[in-house]
Design a protein around this ligand. Structure first.
Ligand code: ARG
Length: 567
C-alpha cells in the first residue's frame, strides 16, 4: 500500500509542478532516514534547482500540493523538515487499507510482474559418480527458493538439474569397474563405490600409465555409443541419481528435467559448425578456441582429439533451452569459482550475435565454512550430505526433548526442524558471501534461525487456537499504537520484499524480512494483551496476528522450509 501511495503521489506532484512551472520536474518520494520524522519524505532540492525559486517558497508549494492530493485521507500530518516535506500517515486509514488488501487477496504478496514470462533455473547439478558436495547443497537450496519466489510473482519456472553425467572420468570408472568392480556393491552404495573405483584407477595408473590410454579409448567408444559401455554408463547414472533423490526428497525439491551434460552429446556438432560459419573458431595448437579479446581468456571449444568441453555442452544446452522454453531469463546457480566460465559463455553467445546473452545470469554463491575453513572433508573423509541432514534432525530432537518432551510425533517434527534450519542458515545471508556452518547454532530456537521462525508461527497458532475470526468486525483503532503499527507497516512490505528478492536473485531479502516480522510480532505480543474480554478487541488483535502467521508460513514455504503445526 505504501509503495502504491508513494508512486501515485510522485506522479501526481510531478504533474502539478509541471503545470505550474511549465517545466518537466522529476521528484523522489522516499522513506525518511529517521522514521521518527514521518513515514514518507519528499526532498525538494532538485525542484529548487530546476525552477530557480527560493527553498522556503518551493517547500510551501509542495506542502500545499500534498495536502490537496487524492491520497490525503491517508495523511495525518504534512511537515516541513528543512529541505524536505515529510508525511505522517493516518494510522487508522492506512491500517484499514493494508488489512483490506490482505482480506481481498487470495494470495497475499503475489504480483503480476512475471505474467507471460518464462524463467529457466539451472541448479543443484551434481556430478555423477562424485559425492554431492555442500556446494551442491547451496545450489539446490538457493535455486529451489528462487524458483518458488519467481512462481509467486507469476513467472513460469522451468527447473533443470543439469547433471554432470559426462566426461572422461567415465572411461576411467568403466575401465576400473570392468576389471575390479562388483555390481552388488555399486547398487548398494553407488556413489561410494564409484568414487572408490575412480580412486583405484588413479592409483593403478601411477604404476601402469597404459591404462590411461585404455580409459580414453573406452570413453571415445562411449561417445560413439558402444552399447556395452552405454549400458554401464546408464546404470551408474541411474543408481547415482536414485541416491541423490533421497536428498531431494528430504529437502522437498523437485525438477522438471534431469537432462544433464550427456543429453547434449549429439547437439554439439551444430554449435561447432555455427561457430565455424560465423568465423569465430580459431585453431590453436590443434585445438579449437573462440578468442574473447583482452578481457577474458579464450573459450576452449574442442580439444585436439576432437572431444568437446564443459563450455561446449553449456552452449548446446543454452540453445536447446532457448528453443524449447523460449525463456526470458536463464539462471545458473553455481558457485563463485565458475565466474569465469559463465562470463565466457555469455561472451561467446554475444559474439555469435544473439541478443539474449543479456538474459544469462550467473547466480553465484560463496563457500561453506566451518571454523574458518572451507567445509568439504572431515578428517580427510568426504562429508556426506545425508549424514549432515540426519545430524541436524538429531540435534533438533535434543532441543525438543529439552523444551517439550511430551510432543507427539517428535521425530517427524525434529526432521522438519533440522532440515529447515540448514536451509534457513544458508538463505539468510546474501548468497555471494561465504556462510558459516554450525549445526548447533542453526537448530537453536532462539537467534536468527529457522527454528525461531517456525516457533513463532507455532506460537501464533496456539494463540489463535480454535477462535473463530470475523473479518467484518474489526476495529482499526486497535492497530494504531506503535507495536501494532510496526506490524501493519511490515505486513504491507511483503510484496515489495518479494520483488526485491527477485531483483537481487537473493532469497536472503525474504529471509531477513521474516526475521524482522517475527521479532516485531514477539515484541507486540509481549506488550499487548490479546485474549481480552472485549470481543471486538480480541477479534481485531487475533486477525492481525493471523496475518503475521500467514506471511511467516508463506515466506518459509518460499524459502523451501517446512511449516510446522506444533513444536
Ligand atoms: N556439474 C557442475 C559442477 O558441479 C555444475 C553445473 C552447473 N550448470 C551448468 N549448466 N554448467 O561443477
Amino acid at each position: 500500500m505504501i509503495e502504491l501511495i508513494k508512486n501515485k503521489l510522485k506522479l501526481e506532484i510531478e504533474e502539478k509542478l509541471h503545470a505550474k512551472f511549465s517545466e518537466k520536474i522529476s521528484i523522489v518520494v522516499e522513506k525518511p532516514k529517521n522514521p521518527k520524522l514521518g513515514d514518507i519524505s519528499i526532498p525538494v532540492f532538485s525542484v529548487v534547482k530546476t525552477v530557480r525559486r527560493p527553498l522556503p517558497e518551493v517547500v510551501d508549494i509542495v506542502v500545499e500540493l500534498v495536502k490537496a492530493s487524492k491520497y490525503q485521507k491517508y495523511f495525518s500530518e504534512v511537515k516541513k523538515v528543512s529541505g524536505f516535506v515529510n508525511i505522517v500517515l493516518n494510522r487508522i486509514e492506512f491500517g484499514k487499507a493494508v488489512i483490506n488488501e490482505f482480506s481481498n487477496s487470495e494470495d497475499f504478496g503475489r504480483n503480476d510482474i512475471g505474467v507471460g514470462k518464462t524463467i529457466v533455473i539451472d541448479y543443484s547439478s551434481p556430478n555423477i559418480a562424485k559425492p554431492f558436495s555442500v556446494g551442491h547443497l547451496r545450489s539446490t537450496v538457493i535455486g529451489h527458493s528462487l524458483g518458488n519466489i519467481f512462481e509467486k510473482l507469476n513467472y513460469k519456472v522451468v527447473r533443470i538439474n543439469h547433471l554432470g553425467d559426462f566426461g572422461t572420468q567415465f572411461g576411467k570408472i568403466i575401465y576400473a569397474y570392468l576389471n575390479y568392480g562388483d555390481i552388488e556393491k555399486v547398487n548398494k552404495n553407488p556413489i561410494d563405490e564409484l568414487v572408490k573405483l575412480y580412486v583405484k584407477f588413479h592409483k593403478l595408473a601411477k604404476e601402469d600409465s597404459s591404462i590411461e590410454e585404455k580409459a580414453r579409448e573406452i570413453f571415445k567408444e562411449l561417445e560413439q555409443k558402444n552399447p556395452k559401455y552405454v549400458k554401464l554408463w546408464e546404470h551408474f547414472r541411474e543408481v547415482s541419481l536414485k541416491q541423490y533423490m533421497k536428498v531431494y526428497d528430504m529437502l522437498n525439491v523437485k525438477f522438471d528435467s534431469y537432462d544433464g551434460e550427456a543429453f547434449y552429446n549429439d547437439k554439439m556438432d551444430k554449435i561447432v559448425k555455427e561457430l565455424h560459419d560465423k568465423d569465430l573458431l580459431k585453431k590453436d595448437q590443434g585445438a579449437m578456441i573462440v578468442d574473447l579479446g583482452d578481457e577474458f581468456p579464450p573459450a576452449l571449444i574442442q580439444k585436439r582429439d576432437g572431444s568437446t568441453l564443459y563450455i561446449t555442452r553449456d552452449l548446446a544446452a543454452l540453445f536447446y533451452r532457448k528453443n524449447t522454453y523460449d525463456f526470458d531469463e536463464v539462471l545458473y546457480v553455481v558457485g563463485n569459482e565458475q565466474k569465469l566460465h559463465f562470463a565466457q559463455l555469455k561472451e561467446v553467445v554475444k559474439k555469435m550475435g544473439y541478443d539474449y546473452y543479456k538474459d544469462i545470469h550467473h547466480i553465484n554463491f560463496g563457500l561453506v565454512m566451518q571454523n574458518g575453513k572451507k567445509m568439504s572433508t572431515r578428517e580427510g573423509k568426504i562429508i556426506k550430505l545425508i549424514d549432515v541432514l540426519n545430524e541436524a534432525s538429531k540435534l533438533s530432537l535434543e532441543y525438543i526433548n529439552e523444551k517439550n518432551p511430551q510432543l507427539e510425533n517428535k521425530e517427524e517434527i525434529a526432521k522438519k526442524v533440522g532440515i529447515s534450519a540448514i536451509i534457513f542458515n544458508d538463505l539468510k545471508n546474501y548468497r555471494a558471501n561465504d556462510i558459516e556452518f554450525n549445526l548447533k547454532d542453526m537448530v537453536n530456537f532462539v537467534g536468527q534461525t529457522g527454528p525461531y521462525l517456525q516457533y513463532t508461527s507455532v506460537r501464533i497458532s496456539s494463540i489463535l487456537h480454535d477462535n473463530q475470526i470475523d473479518e467484518d468486525s474489526i476495529d482499526y483503532n486497535y492497530y494504531t499504537n506503535d507495536y501494532s503499527y510496526e506490524l501493519i507497516k511490515t505486513i504491507d512490505e511483503y510484496e515489495e520484499v518479494l520483488l526485491k528478492a527477485k531483483a537481487d536473485y537473493s532469497p536472503s531479502v525474504l529471509a531477513k524480512y521474516l526475521l524482522t516480522l517475527a521479532s516485531y510480532f514477539n515484541s507486540y505480543y509481549s506488550q499487548e494483551k490479546v485474549m481480552v474480554e472485549d470481543l471486538i478487541e480480541r477479534n481485531s488483535k487475533l486477525y492481525l496476528i493471523s496475518i503475521v502467521r500467514y506471511i511467516l508460513d508463506d515466506g518459509m514455504r518460499l524459502l523451501g522450509m517446512q511449516i510446522i503445526k506444533k513444536m
